[in-house]
Design a protein around this ligand. Structure first.
Ligand SMILES: C[C@H](O)[C@H](O)[C@H]1CNC2=NC(N)=NC(=O)C2=N1
Length: 96
């Protein structure tokens, strides 16, 4: 079971995740990709990570713009699982 992170722990984590923002019970990031197919490629790669860790993002897809919202629904807030997934999403995008 993942523990909810404190405000300080979230702040410390976001210091290493400059693309992400803390909004209420979620971590949020947007990414503008080069094309719609490239955006879907990112979604598919993120889906593989999510399935491997059984922790899934909410993803808003608008043409080339992706918005990721991460929260641990079973805990009603942000846990280490969300921070780890944010790192994984950044790695997918940085690898393009
Ligand atoms: C049964 C299954 O393990 C749970 O529903 C998992 C699936 N993926 C999940 N993803 C997220 N973001 N939060 C959860 O609490 C969660 N729970």
């Amino acid at each position: 079971m993942a523990e909810l992170l404190s405000e300080q722990e979230i702040s410390d984590a976001l210091a290493k995740l400059p693309h992400w923002q803390h909004k209420g019970t979620t971590l949020e990031r947007t990414a503008e990709l080069g094309s719609f197919p490239q955006a879907i490629q990112v979604v598919n790669r993120v889906a593989e990570i999510a399935e491997s860790v059984n922790h899934h993002p909410d993803i808003d897809i608008r043409w080339r713009k992706l918005t990721f919202h991460l929260s641990t629904h079973s805990e009603g807030g942000i846990t280490r699982k969300d921070v780890d997934l944010a790192e994984g999403i950044d790695e997918v995008i940085d690898a393009l």
